[in-house]
Design a protein around this ligand. Structure first.
Ligand code: CP
Ligand code: NVA
Length: 311
């Protein structure tokens, strides 16, 4: 398979052709999945899923995806692993490499993932870190294609809210597919500086137009797609009240969307906090898209697992 043995820690590590291949493969697997005819690419293989944070979609879609591909998935909570009691990452990675065929990890610091991947002999998949959420953004690109057509380089997207793991991954993703993306965040919560630098460099190769603004209205002007995410990510619960005040001007509501293209679609990776980053009416008007986006996690991750782990 085309990504055999590779880690999927960041979209930045994939080239534009590999991103395109993943999008096509996921679309094919979606069709096979719908008729219960998914090939058993991962028969006899086992995926470990290490969770140091909560999850609904990631956990269930990876587990079901692995099952549909003919393999097995093990849920490994940080509370139960010796890792949670201080066993070094480098030892855990070397041990688990001897039992498993791949590992998905959801963690805090991105450096934990990088260290895990350095010592593991099997593919490591980023199921979300404080810095990045690549599986979600690859999924979102698949979803955008379904609703807006294949040519992502003709589309204008706006991300409005916190410069968090989603914002960072959208920058990397848009850069690879040549999309126009404007990110609107407060100055104090811009996307990661290194991610901005690297995505601007990637954008030169594809013609993607990436920009940042403090002004949400400017960002959504004529946008075909508007995406947002929670204002307080996992691990920032203590800041939630303070963040509500900082991000109030960045709510995705009908007024803001009146500046976008009239056929704009709104995306949200979920979980959503209605009345904060998105209003109830905007969420429900776009529910068909948002839940297709959630379903597509399954199809994209099956593509990622088969591409990296199949023989
Ligand atoms: N979007 C997403 O990653 O959802 P979970 O936190 O439920 O996995
Ligand atoms: N930015 C959010 C995404 C949740 C899927 C978080 O990290 O909590």
């Amino acid at each position: 398979m085309f990504l055999k043995g590779r880690d999927i820690l960041s979209i930045h590590d994939l080239d534009a052709e590999e991103v395109e291949e993943l999008l096509q493969f996921a679309a094919e697997l979606k069709i096979y999945g719908r008729i219960d005819a998914t090939p058993d690419f991962l028969k006899g293989k086992t995926l470990g899923m290490i969770f140091e944070k909560s999850s609904t979609r990631t956990r269930v879609s990876f587990e079901v995806g692995m099952y549909q591909l003919g393999g097995t998935a093990l849920f490994l909570s940080n509370r139960d692993l010796q890792l949670g009691r201080g066993e070094p990452i480098k030892d855990t990675a070397r041990v688990l490499s001897r039992y498993l065929n791949g590992i998905m990890i959801r963690t805090f610091g991105h450096d934990r993932l990088v260290e895990f991947a350095k010592y593991a002999r099997i593919p490591i998949i980023n199921g979300l870190s404080d810095l990045l959420h690549p599986c979600q953004v690859l999924t979102d690109l698949l979803t955008i294609r379904e609703f807006k057509g294949k040519h992502l380089n003709n589309l204008k997207m706006a991300y409005v809210g916190d410069g968090n793991n989603m914002a960072n991954s959208y920058l990397y993703g848009a850069a690879k597919v040549g999309m126009t993306l404007t990110v609107a965040t407060p100055k104090s919560h811009k996307p990661n500086a290194k991610v901005i630098r690297q995505s601007l460099a990637d954008a030169k190769l594809t013609g993607a137009k990436l920009s940042w603004t403090e002004d949400p209205i400017k960002a959504v002007e004529d946008a075909d797609i508007v995406a947002t995410d929670t204002w307080a990510s996992m691990g920032q619960e203590d800041e939630h009240e303070a963040r509500k005040k900082i991000f109030a001007p960045y709510q995705v509501n009908k007024e803001l969307l009146s500046h976008a293209d009239k056929n704009v679609i709104v995306m949200h990776c979920l979980p959503a906090y209605r009345g904060e980053e998105i209003t109830e009416d905007v969420f429900e008007d776009n529910a068909e898209i948002i839940f297709e986006e959630a379903e597509n996690r399954l199809h994209m991750q099956k593509a990622i697992m088969a591409a990296t782990m199949a023989d």
